[in-house]
Design a protein around this ligand. Structure first.
Ligand SMILES: Nc1ncnc2c1ncn2[C@@H]1O[C@H](COP(=O)(O)OP(=O)(O)OP(=O)(O)O)[C@@H](O)[C@H]1O
Ligand SMILES: [Mg+2]
Length: 112
């Protein structure tokens, strides 16, 4: 099992969720977050001055899935989230030791 953590543009959330819906996925957690990547926030020009916004609003999607589903889910998120401009976001994939479904007590892949 793996956790896919995708940090994406808020405006892309609906597109990503629709694409995932077509694919089928076990569940998702969505959080509003702030952060910056290697550009250290966007720089905007306004009335002749340069402004840097150090923390940019993003959406974090977290999906825990079986190993054999990960590649397709990641590919789907990339295709739906990409504009080609800086700040498109990033996806982190990490191992998950165990999952427990509270209602039934099921564990592991059965509980996803
Ligand atoms: N190394 C990182 N660790 C944790 N969070 C990160 C990291 N890199 C990016 N993020 C998160 O992802 C968001 C989007 O990052 P962003 O797409 O700007 O990455 P980037 O590496 O600067 O790529 P790009 O050059 O395409 O902008 C950031 O606002 C931040 O929340
Ligand atoms: Mg960036």
């Amino acid at each position: 099992m793996k956790k896919i953590e995708a940090i994406v543009r808020p405006g892309k959330l609906n597109t990503i969720l629709s694409a995932l819906e077509e694919l089928g996925y076990p569940g998702v957690t969505i959080t509003e977050v702030e952060g910056h990547g290697r550009q250290k926030g966007i720089t905007a020009q306004w009335r002749g001055r340069t402004y840097t916004m150090e923390l940019v609003p993003k959406i974090k999607l977290e999906i825990v899935a079986g190993d054999d589903e990960v590649e397709t889910i990641v590919e789907t998120i990339v295709n739906a989230a990409k504009t080609g401009e800086i700040g498109d976001g990033k996806i982190f994939i990490s191992p998950i030791d165990n999952v427990v479904r509270i209602r039934t007590g099921e564990k592991g892949e059965l509980a996803i």
